[in-house]
Design a binder for this molecule. Structure first.
Ligand code: NI
Ligand code: MN
Length: 227
């Protein structure tokens, strides 16, 4: 599986045949390495309604004619604007052309916030995606939660993409505990550089997880790695 960071929490995962895009916030993303008009994917997976995650999901899905896979309420929000959707909910999964997607719990908020309205879009989620025999855990924005241990016990994870930026999500030390719970073969940190309140050093995280025997791959915007 090839994982690429497109800036902030936007990542693609590809097995060579299919590509998924997670949290496609590209327009107004100070780190974006591509525009929303250029990306190509077979499905769009927004973890929650916040603008730095839902981002360009709707226009990308509509342009490409591919589905948005999201928690029910967020999926219905996207469907209202004409996007094809695959609504799921926490703990449920479905088999798709490219593999299996299961939604996981995340402890965070989920709303589309505009100048005059906060429209709640159900609970946020994480994604467990299995493609070509490998499993990616994209946690989405979340604090540390004990059931990560359950995920780690029940699901062999090849790569986990976890936030480390603190303020809105886990910080470095909690993310290290998350790694201990999840036991992934490798971890990619995210959500630590695009905005002022979340500036953190991914090398500090990398050193701390290395001491636990887990490989950390830092992916600056535009860089990819094969797992
Ligand atoms: Ni958020
Ligand atoms: Mn965020």
């Amino acid at each position: 599986m090839i994982i690429k960071c497109l800036g902030h929490a936007c990542f693609t995962a590809s097995d060579g045949k299919h590509t998924l895009i997670f949290d496609p916030f590209l327009t107004d993303n100070p780190e974006a390495v591509v525009s929303a008009d250029e990306v190509v994917a077979d499905a769009v997976l927004p973890s929650h309604g916040h603008s730095d995650h839902l981002g360009d999901a709707i226009p990308i899905a509509k342009r490409l004619g591919v589905p948005i896979v999201a928690p029910y309420e967020l999926a219905m929000y996207c469907n209202r604007f004409g996007a094809e959707v695959v609504p799921l909910h926490i703990g449920g999964g479905t088999d798709m052309r490219f593999g299996r997607v299961k939604l996981t719990f995340a402890t965070h908020g989920s709303a589309v916030v505009t100048d005059d309205l906060i429209e709640y879009t159900g609970p946020p989620c994480g994604f467990l995606v299995t493609m070509s025999g490998q499993t990616l855990y994209y946690s989405g924005d979340t604090g540390l939660f004990g059931d990560m241990k359950l995920i780690g016990e029940t699901t062999p994870i090849d790569v986990a993409i976890l936030p480390i930026g603190d303020n809105f999500t886990m910080g470095i030390d909690d993310a290290v505990i998350a790694v201990e719970f999840l036991k992934p073969k490798a971890v990619v940190p995210t959500h630590y550089s695009a905005f002022e309140p979340i500036q953190k050093d991914p090398n500090e995280f990398a050193e701390k997880v290395a001491s636990k025997g887990v490989k950390c791959v830092i992916l600056p915007p535009g860089e990819a790695a094969e797992f």
